[in-house]
Design a protein around this ligand. Structure first.
Ligand SMILES: [Zn+2]
Ligand SMILES: [Zn+2]
Length: 295
C-alpha cells in the first residue's frame, strides 16, 4: 500500500501510516553510506572531492512526488564518510559545513511550492555512542501541516499581534539572566526550556530574528556548530539516544528558527500515553547546570 495520513476517530491527532517495502537498512550487509557502498543511483549531490558530505535519495521514502501516497520529498544527508564517527566527534568546522548543507537542502526543497513544512532531523540510534549505524540526518518536506504545528504558529502570531514582538526574541531576553541558560555568544543563545518535556532538552537559537537556518551567516553557523558539538557530546556522556531537529513552515516567512535537541532517556510511560502529560525527571535548571559544566 501507499503511505497515508490518517486522522484519529475523534481527536485532532494524525498518523502517517507508511509500511516499509523490501529490505530495511539494518538488513544490509555492507553500509550504504560508506564511500565504497554508496549507490550512484541514489546520490543527489556530494560536497568535496573525495566527498566529505553526501546527499542521497531515501531508499525507503514515506513520501512521494508521484500520484498516490502522501506528497513530499525526502533526502538523507551523510555528514561524514567515516563509518565510525558521530557528528559531535567531527571538528567544529566540519559540523558547520554540515549545517551549511542542511541549509542548502532546505533552500532547494523550498523551491517546490507544494511543500508547506520542512524538517531536518537526526536520530542518534538505539544507544548513542555505541551505535553501529553510519551517522546521517534526514530532510523531509511535506504538504501536510499538523494541527499541533498550526496551533503553534497561531499562538506565535497572536503573541506578536498583542505585543508587537517575537515570542522567542522575548524568551531569549528572559532566559538570559536565568538558571536555565547554558551558553551564549554574540551569535547564539543556548538554554534548557522552562517546561522541557524531555530530560536534558536544549535549544540553540540564533540571536538574530532569522526565519530559517538558510539565513545563518558563516559566523553564526560556526557558533551553532560549536554549541551543537558541546551539547551532543554531553548527551553522549549520559549514554542515551537523542534526536535533534530544526523545522520551517514555508508559508510563514517570519519565524524565529532554532535547533531543538531532545535526549530520549526514558521510555514513554503509560500515564504519559494516556494523559499526554509528559513526565520529565530532570529539572531544566539542573540540565542547564550539567551542560554548562560540559561546555
Ligand atoms: Zn558506513
Ligand atoms: Zn525572534
Amino acid at each position: 500500500m501507499n503511505s497515508e495520513i490518517r486522522k484519529d476517530y475523534l481527536q485532532d491527532k494524525y498518523a502517517l501510516i507508511s509500511p516499509r517495502r523490501g529490505k530495511r537498512p539494518g538488513d544490509e550487509v555492507s553500509c550504504p553510506f560508506c564511500p565504497q557502498g554508496l549507490s550512484t543511483q541514489l546520490v543527489v549531490k556530494t560536497y568535496g572531492k573525495p566527498w566529505k558530505i553526501a546527499v542521497l535519495k531515501n531508499k525507503y521514502p514515506a513520501f512521494t512526488t508521484q500520484k498516490g501516497g502522501v506528497y513530499g520529498r525526502q533526502e538523507i544527508i551523510v555528514e561524514t564518510p567515516d563509518h565510525k564517527k558521530r557528528l559531535y566527534e567531527l571538528p567544529v568546522s566540519e559540523i558547520a559545513e554540515a549545517i551549511k548543507v542542511y541549509a542548502d537542502r532546505v533552500r532547494e526543497m523550498k523551491k517546490d511550492k507544494r511543500i508547506k513544512y520542512i524538517e531536518v532531523f537526526n536520530n542518534s540510534g538505539a544507544s548513542a555512542g555505541a551505535s553501529k549505524t553510519h551517522e546521517h540526518s534526514q530532510v523531509i518536506g511535506m504538504n501536510f501541516v499538523s494541527p499541533y504545528l498550526q496551533d503553534k504558529t497561531e499562538k506565535e502570531h497572536r503573541y506578536q499581534g498583542t505585543t508587537g514582538r517575537c515570542v522567542y526574541c522575548d524568551i531569549i531576553k528572559k532566559e538570559e539572566k536565568g538558571l536555565r541558560k547554558i551558553f551564549s555568544d554574540k551569535n547564539i543563545f543556548v538554554f534548557a526550556p522552562y517546561a522541557s518535556q524531555y530530560a536534558y532538552e536544549a535549544r540553540i537559537f540564533p540571536r538574530r530574528h532569522l526565519d530559517n537556518i538558510a539565513d545563518l551567516t558563516a559566523d553564526e553557523r560556526a557558533s551553532t556548530a560549536f554549541a551543537l558539538k558541546k551539547i551532543l557530546s554531553a548527551v553522549a556522556k549520559l549514554k542515551v539516544p537523542y534526536n535533534f531537529y530544526m523545522h520551517d513552515r514555508t508559508t510563514d516567512a517570519d519565524q524565529h528558527c532554532y535547533i531543538k535537541i531532545t535526549p530520549r532517556g526514558a521510555a514513554l510511560a503509560a500515564v504519559e500515553l494516556g494523559t499526554g502529560l509528559i513526565i520529565n525527571p530532570v529539572a531544566p535548571e539542573a540540565a542547564a547546570k550539567y551542560y554548562r559544566k560540559n561546555f
